[in-house]
Design a binder for this molecule. Structure first.
Ligand SMILES: Cc1ncc(COP(=O)(O)O)c(C=O)c1O
Length: 387
């Protein structure tokens, strides 16, 4: 049967992420080392797992409130205050979501009407654009450059703002580049946000993973609390990607509306996972630090190895990605990724998967063992020498 005529145009107009395409290809190459996927290689710390098992054994298998267990929202509020000095009311300004992924989607669905423009710095995470398109909005891509360490520049952003601009996505620390934004840079962006009356979806899922620099939460910049929907979650900080736990923190006037979209999409996040999240937020700071220290060693190793090979690469200060330029090889990012996989058995993601502006780069995730990274570096070096 031809289902084409049944499928909505907006669904047809989006595509499966090419990251998955490469990820699936890795399985066809025996012995391949994958630097493809953006998730911790650590398993969830045991005390967090135990909290979920305990909840199950105690019969906590029912729906929770739509916004999540109040106890969890209280823990999130404490965490936001403790780590970033952000104040949110657990009763009305925090929503527990199914990963940051759902948080991004419901925030965009709640705000965007047909014709509204959403400003999306690029390269960036693959979800913002399809979520905008599904909401009927118009993605407007704002380029960022290696020369600026991939930070979003206010003077460039302003060129892309029009009377139809409604929302700015701020994806820092950034996937795929590993870029972070400092306070001054964020203040420059904040100035434009006020001037042009924008709302910001600040995706700070990697805010616990910065190296040698302190993360500044955008909602904490003067005047921005009222205009910011902060999105984060437990996936990256606590090695909990499979639990699907994220959250939104936003002023009540926004959170209350987002909650309706969330309610009719998913009812609530999985109950046993919410109990695990309470434990993570209460007693997991040490886990974050341990994993971050390990990522940092790998970051330095990979970054330095790539530079030694002569690949142009800025030093990433956040998340767990390195984003070298492969322009000097004369290959496109897709060709480089395909050949590296088939000829050297190392899987990376072409930068073009993260937008036009990612062309000429590849993303390498260092969320894998040092042993794997050392072997991957050796293979990449040989591959480069043979080009
Ligand atoms: C920048 C960014 N935001 C959001 C997500 C989604 O995370 P979650 O597992 O919480 O849905 C990812 C996952 O890779 C990401 O890189």
């Amino acid at each position: 049967m031809d289902y084409n005529k049944y499928i909505a145009r907006r669904a047809k107009s989006i595509e499966i992420s090419t990251i998955r395409y490469f990820f699936n290809m890795v399985n066809q190459v025996e012995g391949a080392i994958s630097l493809c996927i953006g998730e911790p290689d650590f398993t969830t710390p045991e005390h967090i797992n135990k909290a979920a098992v305990k909840a199950l054994n105690e019969g906590k298998t029912f729906y929770t409130p739509n916004a999540g267990l109040l106890e969890l929202r209280q823990e999130i509020a404490k965490y936001l205050k403790r780590r970033f000095k952000l104040e949110y009311k657990p009763e009305s300004e925090i929503i527990v979501t199914i990963g940051a992924s759902e948080a991004i989607n419901v925030a965009i669905q709640t705000l965007i009407e047909p014709g509204d423009e959403v400003l999306i710095p690029q390269p960036s995470f693959v979800a913002y654009t399809p979520c905008t398109i599904l909401a009927g909005g118009q993605p407007v891509f704002v380029p960022t450059y290696m020369e600026d360490d991939f930070a979003l520049r206010a003077d460039i952003l302003e060129k892309y703002i029009t009377p139809r601009s409604k929302l700015l996505v701020l994806p820092y620390p950034n996937n795929p580049t590993g870029a972070v934004m400092n306070r001054q840079q964020l203040e420059d962006i904040a100035h434009l946000v006020t001037k042009h009356d924008l709302i910001v979806v600040s995706d700070e899922i990697y805010w616990d993973l910065t190296y040698g620099v302190e993360h500044t939460a955008f909602a904490g910049i003067s005047g921005m609390w009222d205009r910011t929907i902060t999105v984060s979650g437990l996936s990256k900080s606590y090695a909990m990607t499979g639990w699907r736990l994220g959250y939104i923190a936003a002023p009540e006037g926004l959170a209350g509306e987002i909650l309706k979209v969330h309610q009719y999409s998913v009812t609530c996040a999985a109950t046993m996972g919410q109990y695990a999240a309470i434990e993570a937020l209460r007693n997991g700071d040490g886990d974050i630090e341990k994993m971050r220290d390990e990522y940092d060693k790998r970051r330095i190793f990979l970054f330095e190895s790539l530079r030694d090979m002569g690949l142009q690469c800025f030093e990433p200060r956040g998340a767990f990605y390195v984003f070298p330029s492969i322009e000097k090889t004369g290959l496109s990012s897709e060709e480089f990724a395909e050949r590296l996989l088939w000829e050297a058995k190392v899987a990376v993601v072409p930068g073009s998967a993260f937008g036009e502006n990612g062309r000429g780069f590849v993303r390498m995730a260092y969320a894998t063992s040092m042993e794997n990274l050392e072997e991957a570096a050796r293979r990449i070096r040989n591959f480069m020498a043979g080009l």
